[in-house]
Design a protein. Structure first.
Length: 350
């Protein structure tokens, strides 16, 4: 009955087009909603042809592909823009830092001038010579100096000239405290961050892998390995203990020796402490003795000349040769164990 009424209404509207009420219900033939949407629902819907379904699927695939391509293009543009901004920021920061360093060169240039360091240290230590706690003040200052990774040779020599043989204990205490402080900060606070950032240097990757193989069969990673756990105490050719000593006696800068050792999780605290005491004690005695000889007026004696020549030979010839042998041995070990998967998070420093 409802269908008959609707048909009658449409017929009347066709012949009485002047009626605005009827005109409002006149629709285009192609836009008339099929009646099966109102009665019977999807059950009475006509079957969709295979061609129409294929066209619909193709259209959806094209829309999806277009959306994916647009998203990838947007991501690439965003990544490039971010990389450009980072590059500009890095260049700007380096330029600003270079300008500041150039303007303040009168402040930092003395830090790399050993003669000037010796002179300033003498000026600071002379008032402390008669102070009972002078050696303690000197040890605290040397600890800060060692922590910053600066050369301690002129400082220890000046201490030997002013404090005499008492400077041996004071210098060793200061160097040991500063080195352990740097190692502790690197191990506790900087380990995870630096280990994920510095991972493309071949030397430290080899050191980390070889030391790990000498301590345990498991692979060490920053995500699963705790930097405080290691159980090796033997002198395996690539053992952590030997690595700690070789790091200390290497030609790396002092800051790399301290902080770099802390980034190798297989090196335990006591290993680094032992290497620091033996390495630091040897050269502390040498530089203190040289300063004491200078203060007594016997700096040009044959014994002083022999000691200086030996130290120069050790620093210029022996240390680089040992370092080269060590790296070459690590490379040979890596080639012989090429089937081992390299560490994705090995600690490296350039």
């Amino acid at each position: 009955m409802m269908i008959l009424r609707l048909g009658l209404f449409l017929i009347l509207g066709r012949y009485h087009s002047c009626s605005p009420f009827v005109q409002a219900f006149r629709v285009h033939r192609s836009s008339v909603v099929p009646l099966y949407h109102f009665r019977g629902g999807a059950v009475n819907a006509p079957p969709v042809s295979q061609k129409a379904a294929h066209n619909t699927t193709t259209k959806d695939a094209i829309i999806t592909t277009t959306t994916t391509t647009t998203a990838k293009t947007t991501t690439i543009r965003t990544t490039k823009a971010g990389a450009t901004r980072r590059s500009l920021w890095t260049i700007g920061s380096l330029a600003a830092l270079s300008l500041v360093l150039f303007q303040q060169r009168s402040f930092w240039l003395p830090l790399i001038n050993k003669d000037l360091i010796l002179q300033r240290t003498l000026e600071l230590l002379e008032p402390l010579q008669s102070n009972r706690l002078g050696w303690l003040y000197y040890s605290c200052g040397l600890a800060l100096w060692e922590f910053c990774g600066l050369s301690t040779i002129p400082v220890e020599t000046a201490a030997g000239m002013v404090l005499g043989w008492k400077a041996v204990g004071a210098s060793l205490l200061g160097k040991f405290t500063g080195a352990m402080l740097a190692f502790g900060i690197g191990r506790c606070w900087l380990y995870q961050h630096v280990a994920t950032q510095l991972q493309h240097n071949e030397i430290f990757q080899l050191i980390n892998r070889a030391s790990s193989s000498g301590s345990a069969p498991s692979i060490v990673t920053t995500s699963s390995h705790s930097p405080f756990k290691s159980k090796t105490t033997t002198l395996h050719p690539h053992s952590p203990l030997l690595t700690a000593f070789l790091m200390k006696f290497s030609c790396f800068p002092e800051m790399i020796k301290n902080f770099g050792s802390s980034l190798l999780p297989v090196i335990q605290w006591w290993m680094f402490a032992a290497a620091t005491l033996i390495h630091g004690g040897t050269f502390t005695v040498l530089w203190t003795w040289l300063g004491h000889q200078t203060s007594t007026g016997s700096a040009g004696s044959s014994s002083t000349t022999i000691a200086l020549s030996t130290a120069a030979f050790m620093g210029v010839v022996v240390t680089p040769l040992v370092m080269a042998w060590w790296i070459q041995d690590l490379k040979k070990w890596a080639e012989s164990n090429s089937n081992t998967k390299p560490l994705s998070s090995a600690t490296n420093i350039r």
